[in-house]
Design a binder for this molecule. Structure first.
Ligand code: HEM
Ligand code: HEM
Length: 213
């Protein structure tokens, strides 16, 4: 890139910087604490403190929250760069609604409410991501570009973690849900790598800066 960065370029940098400085380190800590939580539950390591399982899901909660916020920042940058087609009010409301649903998910305990706020948060991310300003490469899973899309891998990853947050109070109680959680998070670990690779690729290719074709 030639010349100094504009304010919009700095906003565009906020998303990858947040991922590098916060999301990936917290993901590493959450994964380690998850392994320790398992060692504690199975009695493999009896010297572990009581706080390990709680520390694990609290790290997971910060992790998924940062991912939602980072996605919203990426959307904001795309809308500012490509224009909002006179719908900035609606898009802003959808963004605020997504954050409110996420904050509500931090507070409510009843399963129905947790499911509802998870659905609302995902609906906000999907609805905003469906706008033409967002670069998705392809929208159908049988198209090769779908699997090369940073947007779709990021969204799938965020959805998997949001669902873990939704069922969080039930994971220690129901062993089938615990197994489901661990399987989903193994897939999430693969997606963390995919998202890092596709995000860096898009930075390299200058896709974030080029007009949508
Ligand atoms: C970074 C991805 C994550 C990985 C790799 C991961 C992995 C694990 C593992 C290995 C366990 C232990 C299972 C067992 O005891 O057999 C566990 C338990 C658990 N995880 Fe995660 N997890 C992740 C993210 C999350 C998130 C986002 C949440 C929700 C906020 C969460 C909530 C829980 C809960 C509540 C437990 C049960 C803890 C207990 O035994 O009391 N995890 N996880
Ligand atoms: C868990 C981590 C991440 C998630 C959930 C995520 C998610 C997203 C989402 C939803 C978008 C919106 C697409 C758009 O506005 O057009 C986006 C854009 C973008 N992200 Fe990420 N991202 C993550 C990590 C990263 C990393 C590590 C990098 C690079 C170092 C990166 C670079 C970019 C770039 C350059 C864009 C704009 C161009 C594009 O759409 O690919 N992201 N990301």
């Amino acid at each position: 890139m030639n010349g100094p960065l504009t304010a919009l370029d700095w906003l565009g940098l906020l998303h990858p910087v947040l991922a590098i400085l916060f999301i990936y380190p917290v993901a590493g800590a959450a994964i380690r604490l998850g392994i320790l939580a398992r060692e504690k539950r199975t009695g493999y390591n009896t010297a572990l403190p009581e706080t390990v399982p709680t520390e694990h899901w609290q790290h997971g909660r910060w992790l998924v929250s940062a991912m939602v916020v980072a996605s919203l920042i990426a959307y904001l940058e795309s809308f500012l760069r490509h224009g909002a087609d006179g719908r900035s009010g609606v898009l802003l409301l959808a963004g605020i609604g997504t954050v409110v649903a996420l904050l509500a998910l931090w507070r409510v305990q009843q399963p129905a409410l947790r499911a509802s706020f998870t659905g609302l948060c995902l609906a906000g991310l999907l609805g905003l991501g469906a706008q033409p300003q967002i670069e998705r490469l392809a929208d159908l899973p049988w198209q090769a570009d779908f699997w090369r899309s940073h947007y779709w891998s990021g969204l799938l990853l965020t959805a998997l973690l949001l669902m873990s947050l939704a069922i969080r109070p039930l994971i220690p109680q129901i062993s089938r849900l615990r197994r489901l959680h661990v399987s989903a998070m193994l897939l999430a670990c693969v997606l963390f790598a995919v998202v890092a690779i596709t995000g860096c690729r898009d930075l390299l290719s200058g896709m974030a800066l080029s007009p949508l074709g």
